[in-house]
Ligand binder design. Structure first.
Ligand code: UT7
Length: 323
């Protein structure tokens, strides 16, 4: 059977670092509060000329270099984002243009913080269905542009950035020893809309709007939703927590990551955490975390890697990949 195997990775961050101390002069907060409640110490904030598409393009070029490929080798570009450069066309199509690609197809995926998981699952279906042979899957965000910088309950949490993976069709045996995506679990429940949303949009207010979140309410649901889709992936593949080499979670809050791993019986030394460095970069957080753990040699070919995320909607999901 066809498997979608990871062929390359890349990442991009804005030039400007904003520390917790910097935030102390913007809103009524402290470094201690942010570190204790979230684990975040700094985040990157896009400056002039840096946009979701420009960061996504940079991450895409890095992934192509890493794979030893060129844009001519790619059939599909999928961009997970909630902060597109324009309402339309899709950021993916803009990145296609920036890469000089006149072939293939490109579209955006909107599942907020679960966007990269949705995009991986979707690219896998396109590859296994024979629509594409190689897909560039990008998570790119500039959440700083939809934050209310007067609201200390949200503006301290998020950051900007982009990460990308290249998936390629490869023949597998149909067992969990195969390299590539082994299973994906996607979920959503729109009844939670008011707990995490943006209070504007083209069809409602005609404005971009600002992110609004009832943090404690989101927190209350996060661990149960995350463990539900991870256990679903275990069940679908006959694997267990002990088989996992690396858990690469969405990076929203250190406490959510620790509690989920503990509930699943995955030891802390197998969990990739970058929320301290990047803050919550929504759909970019998983590929950014992956790029750190791949660059420092933690994740190796053949490792069993569980990706998971939960976010606005609510949406939540997992992808189990053998690297
Ligand atoms: O990626 C999408 C998914 N999003 C998430 O996963 C976010 C989930 N939620 C969270 O991570 C946490 O709920 C937060 C980090 C957002 C908040 O942590 P918390 O422990 O739930 O704090 P809280 O909202 O219950 O607030 C505790 C106190 C409040 O003061 P009072 O009412 O106890 O006097 C807040 O007003 O902390 C106050 N507070 C702050 N203080 C200093 C809220 N924000 C800040 C701040 N600095 N930035």
């Amino acid at each position: 059977m066809i498997r979608s195997v990871v062929r390359g990775y890349g990442a991009a961050l804005p030039k400007r670092v904003m520390t917790n101390r910097d935030l102390e002069s913007i809103v009524d907060t402290t470094d201690e509060w942010i570190v204790q409640r979230t684990g975040i110490t700094q985040r990157y904030i896009a400056g002039e000329g840096e946009t979701t598409a420009s960061l996504g393009e940079q991450a895409a070029r890095a992934a192509l270099d890493n794979a030893g490929l060129t844009p001519a080798d790619i059939d599909l570009i999928l961009v997970a984002t909630s902060t597109p450069d324009n309402t339309f066309p899709a950021t993916a199509v803009d990145i296609q243009r920036r890469l000089g690609m006149e072939h293939g197809y490109a579209f955006d995926m909107q599942a907020v913080c679960t966007g990269f998981v949705y995009a991986m699952a979707t690219a896998d279906l396109h590859i296994r269905g024979g629509m594409a042979r190689r897909a560039l899957v990008i998570g790119a965000e500039t959440f700083s542009r939809i934050l209310d910088w007067k609201d200390r309950t949200t503006c301290v949490l998020f950051g900007d950035g982009a990460g990308a993976l290249i998936l390629e069709a490869e023949e597998g045996e149909g067992t969990t020893s195969d390299r590539g995506i082994l299973t994906s679990k996607l979920r959503s429940d729109g009844s939670h809309k008011e707990k995490l949303y943006v209070d504007g949009g083209p069809s409602s207010t005609g404005t971009v709007g600002h992110l609004r979140m009832e943090g404690r309410e989101v927190f209350k649901h996060a661990v149960a939703m995350i463990t539900d889709v991870i256990e679903g992936a275990f069940e679908a593949t006959g694997t267990t927590a002990e088989d996992i080499d690396w858990l690469v979670p969405h990076q929203a809050n250190r406490r959510i990551i620790d509690a989920s791993a503990k509930k699943l019986g995955i030891p802390p030394e197998k969990v990739v955490v970058t929320v301290d460095l990047h803050g919550n970069t929504s759909a970019a957080s998983i590929p950014l975390a992956l790029s750190v753990a791949l660059a420092d040699g933690r994740i190796k070919k053949g490792d069993l890697v569980m990706l998971e995320a939960m976010g606005g909607g609510f949406t939540w999901g997992s992808v189990l990949v053998r690297w």
